[in-house]
Design a protein around this ligand. Sequence first.
Ligand code: 3PG
Length: 328
Amino acid sequence: GPIGEPAALAVPESARRLKIGIYFATWWGLNVIFNIYNKKVLNAYSFPWLTSTLSLAAGSLIMLISWALRIAETPKTDLDFWKSLFPVAVAHTIGHVAATVSMSKVAVSFTHIIKSGEPAFSVLVSRFILGETFPPAVYLSLLPIIGGCGLAALTELNFNMIGFMGAMISNLAFVFRNIFSKKGMKGKSVSGMNYYACLSIMSLLILTPFAIAVEGPQMWAAGFKEALSQTGPQIVWWMAAQSIFYHFYNQVSYMSLDEISPLTFSIGNTMKRISVIVSSIIIFQTPIQPVNALGAAIAVFGTFLYSQSQSMKIGISMKPICINGSKT
Ligand code: 3PG
């Protein structure tokens, strides 16, 4: 919870750091596996609206069963909770489907290189929409982030506009999602895990009609027959894997968001992308040019500078930050 809560003070800082470290490692590992299966599915069966919906459906089902069997405590929610969750769910739905559409059009590594620009979106949204100001070092750190992403995009061998825009829209949507989530989780009795569960359920309800409108059962069925004949029955396992891993990596990420600021979250998220970019390039043998890799490296280095300039401002970056009071 935010600063000042007795629970946060009772736990020694070293234990808290260890716990967050374990969350981060688990989050990144699960995310790498998700990204690989997700792309395997999209390569064989390119229906990103359906697979995005299935990811949310798997998570909703896992949590409804966990609540029914009392594996997880059922959250106590009221109408206000669901009302305040709505904008978060809209942002989560847009960010999720946009990223999946992006990955259906371009290499996984390219989507994640563009998504490593998320901190830049975070600053721009905080500055122009929330009216928050930052020290000059923060703005300066955006130059390598934006420049590096730009260089990587310009030199991408398989550039595709939908792939690029999808990743950009996802960045913008997730910045809002993280800010609203942290506000929504603050002072509420709902845990990070249950907060994400409710988010999945609401996003599933929002996304389903759009997925049917954009793609629809007829296309899904025809495409599935073809995928089945070309890939064999393992496509079903890949789809199950991408859906289940999607839920668990997000669940773990929300368990950590419960403990850290949206800023630390988005830095952790960018660092996560290094493992995704490297592993997906190896597994899918993505062709890259040196100048393309240089762009990605500059962007990631920019995020490192950004985190340094931000942590100078806030003291220790791992400390929980109250985004309303002592702003990040
Ligand atoms: C998604 O499907 O939501 C994308 O993979 C993006 O997710 P990320 O920002 O959590 O990596």
